[in-house]
Design a protein around this ligand. Structure first.
Ligand SMILES: Cc1cc2nc3c(=O)[nH]c(=O)nc-3n(C[C@H](O)[C@H](O)[C@H](O)COP(=O)(O)O)c2cc1C
Length: 149
């Protein structure tokens, strides 16, 4: 069975909801899914993975949600080789934050690429201003994404 790690960054629950909905869908599709919601880099066991989905909102002024910030900072500091990994990104944000729209998802995307991982498909960016149901967009995106794996 193919494995998938979903890395969740969420402050008020939207990205958590999207991750939970997608986790169920991926399980239905036959994937062995783990959710990573906090913890140190080694807890994510990235060396043993081959597929990661990052699903994070942005908070503050372009900051990571608190639950996932330590993981992001440790990855950026330790710079492990992730060239064995494929990944996708779902970024939740709000267009009214012009300069920092979806910045946490974009930063994760840039970091994974810098560490050698290969992104599958385009990054999904969900604007809370125009899309009150982020799981709808995420489910549509997932249908396309799985065909690319
Ligand atoms: C205090 C606060 C700061 C935010 N800052 C940003 C931001 O800098 N950029 C952005 O795109 N969205 C920003 N947002 C919007 C959230 O990312 C968006 O509402 C998202 O859906 C929240 O998801 P969550 O419930 O999983 O945290 C902010 C929201 C709040 C409440």
């Amino acid at each position: 069975m193919a494995g998938l790690l979903i890395v969740v960054g969420s402050t008020s629950g939207n990205a958590q909801l999207v991750s939970d909905v997608l986790s169920d869908e991926f399980k239905e599709a036959g994937y062995d899914v783990d959710l990573f919601e906090d913890g140190a880099m080694d807890d994510a066991a990235l060396g043993d993975r081959d597929l990661v989905l990052i699903c994070t909102s942005t908070h503050g002024l372009g900051e990571m949600p608190d639950n996932i910030d330590p993981f992001y900072q440790e990855l950026a500091e330790r710079t492990p080789d992730l060239s064995h990994l494929r990944y996708g990104v779902i970024a939740l944000g709000d267009q009214t934050f012009d300069d920092t729209f979806c910045k946490a998802g974009r930063d994760f995307d840039a970091l994974f690429a810098r560490l050698g991982a290969a992104r599958v498909g385009e990054r999904l960016e969900v604007d809370a201003c125009t899309q009150p149901l982020p799981d709808d967009d995420a489910l549509d995106w997932m249908k396309e994404w799985v065909t690319l794996l």
